[in-house]
Design a binder for this molecule. Structure first.
Ligand SMILES: Cc1cc2nc3c(=O)[nH]c(=O)nc-3n(C[C@H](O)[C@H](O)[C@H](O)COP(=O)(O)OP(=O)(O)OC[C@H]3O[C@@H](n4cnc5c(N)ncnc54)[C@H](O)[C@@H]3O)c2cc1C
Length: 525
């Protein structure tokens, strides 16, 4: 799969040059090829957004012509969301006038950057800048990773692919990588950057607004597949040998599908608005006006979180709406889901982003009181049931009422079942439960369950902004080890990856080298 991606990337690049495509046209063509995603999607924007003029003049022409391939190396084995916790160091050595890049611990090794494992020759590496033992915090450094002669890692660098990922193809076609720097040096002179700190946020705003736009694309594909199939699929309802009912005519199907179709449109418009917001903020930045940047930053972070979470859920919902056939890879939905779902994690974990943007959201403490939980579930179930019953009574007959309001009935049933489960859980906790500490743990689990539902159906509850983490299955996983020895095992497991049998990918000579070595005079880029 990786070889095939390299082949496609090389071909796409050839066509971009032959057809003399503009940046926008080239973007559309590359959209379907993941291997160079990070080069164009993060490496170049990081240099454009954070580099000094001198740095841009040096690196951008090389990057635009793909004479270097870059990645964005921020996340480490031990830290993702907490960027301030990064451990990689860049120590300025006055004697040699160099930065020495080092991974002092196992957890400091870069872990995840797309394109790092095999393809990239360079990376924007985020590291703590140490000058005369003073820590200047996390800064970006352009570091050469592979030799231009044979693509082997430069001295002091250990680099590999991190291993198989979720899905059938999806991100398995990308060499997300791990890298260890052992006192790596490069020539360079330390110059205090004159680029305003705020521009760092400008890069994030750019990347996140493209993610929001992509949410609409992914969701549109899912609802398009589902809507067409729902019109073709027929189940039940045949009268006198006539055709069965199209499943799109069932209210329950409509109730789930139509809001998703509407959402795809809503996301498209919000994506366009964010693009405008970004362009406006960029123009102002050029005039050293930073006034709109905080708003643009908050909006893109918040909307990135909201749109990617709901799109991932929506694609899965579409799979269910296509039922068994949606589970087949040939439906296109499983692959779409596998490609899409990490958007909830990369460029900022969605929960963490929401926490950043909604600091005034109410806390969950009040809901830890069982009677408050029960009251809320009871009143919600009662309100929905009464409303539903009233609406059914307004119909000419009960049968027609049940048919027309089937979605409401499903909602009522769900609310009622959830009330039963929560109340039984609470009831159980009033009894004696043997085993030291077992009751306390069950109490926590009960709260988690109830608060998860409160959060999921917050529109119905008019509830709080409490955030609940879903529990993942931990069985036979390097993450869920009984001994907690996660990092060494995660790290060791990566080296079992087939792609890591050779340091330089087998296909380097065929695809990467020709791309890096070519002279691209005809390109408009
Ligand atoms: C497909 C893919 C591609 C990627 N590409 C790149 C790349 O090119 N370059 C790169 O540098 N990185 C990349 N990443 C890494 C990505 O940026 C990180 O995964 C992301 O920042 C989240 O960090 P983490 O995975 O370490 O999660 P963690 O931060 O460890 O989060 C674990 C859990 O803790 C929760 N949590 C964390 N902090 C808080 C808090 N303060 N309050 C409440 N809950 C919290 C989170 O919500 C989450 O549920 C990629 C990841 C993926 C999946």
């Amino acid at each position: 799969m990786y070889k095939n991606t390299l082949r496609k990337a090389a071909h796409v690049w050839k066509r971009i040059i032959e057809l003399r495509l503009s940046e926008q046209e080239a973007f559309m063509l590359r959209f379907y090829v993941t291997f160079t995603d990070l080069h164009w999607g993060m490496f170049i924007p990081a240099i454009k957004g954070q580099g000094t003029e001198q740095q841009q003049q040096k690196w951008l022409p090389l990057a635009y012509k793909m004479q270097i391939i870059g990645c964005y190396a921020q996340t480490e084995l031990g830290h993702g969301s907490n960027v301030q916790g990064l451990e990689t160091t860049a120590t300025f050595d006055r004697k040699s006038d160099e930065f020495i890049i080092n991974s002092p611990t196992l957890t400091s090794r870069k872990w995840w950057p797309g394109g790092l494992g095999k393809a990239s020759t360079h990376g924007v590496v985020y590291a703590r800048l140490l000058v005369d033992e003073k820590d200047h915090g996390v800064n970006g450094f352009i570091v050469q990773l592979q030799s231009f002669d044979d693509h082997s890692p430069l001295p002091g660098i250990t680099v590999a692919d991190i291993g198989m990922k979720f899905g059938n193809g999806a991100y398995k076609t990308m060499d997300n990588g791990v890298i260890r720097f052992n006192h790596v040096t490069r020539e360079g002179k330390y110059v205090q950057s004159d680029v305003p700190r705020q521009l760092f946020y400008g890069t994030m705003v750019y990347v996140r607004q493209t993610i929001v736009a992509n949410a609409s694309c992914a969701l549109s594909r899912a609802v398009c597949i589902t809507t067409r199939y729902s019109a073709v699929r027929r189940q039940f309802g045949s009268q006198d040998g006539g055709p069965e009912t199209q499943v799109i005519d069932y209210k329950t199907q409509q109730n789930k599908l139509f809001p998703l179709v509407a959402t795809a449109y809503a996301y498209r418009f919000i994506g366009e608005w964010l693009k405008w917001l970004y362009t406006d903020a960029t123009q102002r930045l050029q005039a050293s006006d930073f006034s709109t940047l905080p708003k643009a930053h908050a909006c893109t972070a918040d909307l990135k979180s909201l749109t990617t979470s709901s799109t991932a859920d929506a694609i899965e919902e579409c799979r269910k709406l296509c039922s068994s056939h949606g589970y087949l890879c040939s439906s296109g939905i499983p692959e779409l889901f596998a490609v899409y779902v990490p958007a909830c994690t990369y460029e900022g974990d969605n929960v963490v982003l929401l926490l950043q943007c909604c600091s005034d959201v109410q806390q969950a403490e009040d809901w830890l009181n069982p009677s408050a939980i029960l009251e809320a579930f009871e009143s919600r179930a009662a309100r929905i049931s009464v409303a539903c019953a009233r609406n059914i009574n307004k119909m000419p007959s009960q049968e027609e009422g049940f048919d027309e309001l089937s979605s409401d009935l499903v909602e009522t049933a769900v609310a009622h079942c959830q009330l039963i489960i929560v109340s039984k859980f609470i009831q159980k906790l009033k009894q004696d439960i043997p085993g030291k500490g077992v009751k306390e743990q069950l109490q926590i689990l009960c709260n988690i369950y109830a608060l998860f539902l409160l959060h999921k159906h917050q529109g119905e509850f008019l509830a709080t902004g409490a955030i609940i983490l879903k529990q993942a299955s931990l069985a036979s996983s390097v993450l869920g080890r009984y001994d907690g020895n996660v990092y060494p095992n995660l790290y060791a497991k990566a080296w079992e990856e087939l792609l890591n049998d050779t340091v330089v990918p087998d296909d380097y000579r065929e695809y990467i080298r020709p791309m890096l070595k070519q002279q691209l005079r005809t390109a408009r880029l």
